[in-house]
Design a protein around this ligand. Structure first.
Ligand code: ZN
Length: 128
């Protein structure tokens, strides 16, 4: 295909638009890390610096959850899920228990959540 002056202008405009978009993205990324680089952990109270990829933890202004506490919370949540899965499994008849064991964890947890929501299982928070 023959290259025209119009093609050149279009390519130039596309390149300029891409460069402008990149500049806006970089400025936003920079501003984000600068404006919230130091927070107080709402869990342990330590002052910490946010890291690349830090996700806002829905805390009050100036607060967040540090990496160590995020890991701890995830571990506890995982342990609770495993305990809930085991609780449901124990209550199943042999035939259904076999089906339960063949399900993937997401499906099992989905069923367990429905049971909790419907009041079939009562879930109590015993930690502070
Ligand atoms: Zn913490």
């Amino acid at each position: 295909m023959k290259k025209t002056r119009e093609d050149d202008l279009q390519n130039e405009a596309a390149a300029a638009a891409a460069a402008a978009a990149e500049a806006v993205y970089e400025a936003a990324a920079e501003e984000k890390t600068h404006s919230s680089s130091f927070l107080t952990c709402g869990c342990c109270g330590r002052y910490f610096e946010t890291w690349v990829g830090y996700v806002d933890q829905d805390q009050d202004e100036g607060y967040g959850i540090c990496k160590s506490c995020q890991g701890w919370i995830e571990d506890r949540a995982e342990a609770d899920w495993v305990a809930l899965e085991e609780l449901v499994r124990e209550g199943l008849e042999e035939r259904n228990r076999e089906k339960w064991d063949k399900m993937d964890a997401d499906t099992r947890r989905g069923f367990a959540s429905v049971m909790v929501n419907r009041g079939v299982i009562r879930f109590e928070f015993t930690r502070d």
